[in-house]
Design a protein around this ligand. Structure first.
Ligand SMILES: [Zn+2]
Length: 91
């Protein structure tokens, strides 16, 4: 009689352990492992970017000429009318 009780208890313990492991594994896969992505309705094909001018791509990127602000010394773009630096007294 005691042996049958032990077998039943063992079965219950194994069942509980299995359920616990399965639940934790599901949580692990859900949050850490593979993220469940929602099924996309249709594969979005990105359009090709507009062809840039070959001269612009082959050349080095154009960098704006900078000049040092006469008041605060910060380097600002030549095209900028004002200094633009915060705290600079120059308007
Ligand atoms: Zn300035």
């Amino acid at each position: 009689m005691g042996l049958l009780l032990k077998i039943i208890l063992f079965g219950v313990a194994v069942y509980a352990l299995w359920k616990t492991v399965a639940r934790w594994k599901g949580l692990f896969d859900r949050f850490i492992g593979k993220p469940v992505e929602p099924p996309r309705p249709a594969p979005q094909r990105r359009e090709a970017p507009p062809p840039a001018a070959p001269a612009a791509t082959s050349r080095a990127p154009v960098i704006d000429d900078t000049r040092a602000c006469a008041v605060c010394g910060a380097y600002v773009s030549v095209s900028a009318a004002k200094c633009g630096q915060s705290g600079c007294p120059q308007p």
